[in-house]
Design a protein around this ligand. Structure first.
Ligand SMILES: Nc1ncnc2c1ncn2[C@@H]1O[C@H](COP(=O)(O)OP(=O)(O)O)[C@@H](O)[C@H]1O
Ligand SMILES: [Mg+2]
Length: 232
């Protein structure tokens, strides 16, 4: 298992948000996590990435306990994060945003930047542009490119289609599908766009009120059933 989460409880101050979360992602697997707004999806991803600390439970990466490890150590060990809201460094250019990540990563090399630009060719003419001046779709592609510069083995994405126009969503889907086919990379995708998520994933999980209440093969969940399940 590239990722193994067990018995995770997370609270904000005294307010518990996640209750006993168990989640496993096999090497090269693609898990999508579905659920309404406010059920705790981002909280779970932030805990997996070491942005938040759990009150109990464990996060194992490749069988190694990283529960006490900071985010930067988890990234160095093979996790990449495309957070919700996709900020990056708005005052830096696209090129600088990629270079900062490359320089911060152990063994970071320029070919990693070239490789991600091959995957996201729309970023090439934007390299000199400030990240804060990009469109939503361009920012999302930059956020994915930044996460890939460290050559992760697990890519964690939080609602990458949120607020993105359909033609760019198609490009993001193609990029994720191509990355998956290349092998060696596992995915944990949080999405509200159920059809998108189920086309890409091999396994789904549904969260409600801080718990995983359902999971199974993605092929067994019909998008309209899932949408009904998730409707507000
Ligand atoms: N920084 C925070 N401080 C306190 N409560 C928070 C914070 N972030 C999120 N919450 C609460 O935790 C719950 C889960 O939020 P979140 O993980 O963002 O859900 P989702 O990503 O599924 O929409 C919500 O009730 C939300 O209001
Ligand atoms: Mg969220």
């Amino acid at each position: 298992m590239i990722l193994s989460v067990s018995g995770l409880d997370v609270a904000y101050g005294r307010a518990p948000v996640l209750h006993g979360i168990d989640l496993e992602i096999p090497d090269g697997g693609f898990v999508c996590l579905l659920g309404r707004n406010g059920v705790g999806k981002t909280t779970l991803l932030n805990t997996i990435m070491g942005v938040l600390s759990p009150t109990s439970g464990r996060v194992l990466l490749d069988g190694h306990d990283v529960t006490e490890r900071p985010s930067c150590a988890r990234v160095a060990a093979g996790m990449g994060y495309v957070p919700q809201g996709r900020d990056g460094f708005p005052h830096l250019t696209v090129a600088e945003n990629l270079d900062v990540v490359m320089e911060a990563s152990a063994g970071g090399d320029r070919t990693a930047v070239d490789d991600v630009l091959d995957r996201f060719p729309r970023l090439v003419p934007l390299l000199g542009r400030r990240a804060g001046n990009l469109s939503g779709g361009q920012k999302q592609q930059l956020a994915m490119a930044r996460a890939l510069v460290t050559r992760p083995r697990l890519l964690v994405l939080d609602e990458p289609t949120e607020g993105i126009q359909p033609s760019i969503i198609d490009e993001i889907e193609d990029a994720l599908a191509t990355l998956g086919q290349a092998g060696g990379l596992a995915f944990l995708l949080v999405e509200q766009y159920v059809e998108f998520a189920l086309r890409l994933a091999d396994t789904y999980a549904v969260m409600e009120a801080g718990r995983i209440v359902d999971s199974g093969p993605a092929s067994s969940l019909h998008a309209d059933d899932a949408s009904r399940l998730l409707a507000v």
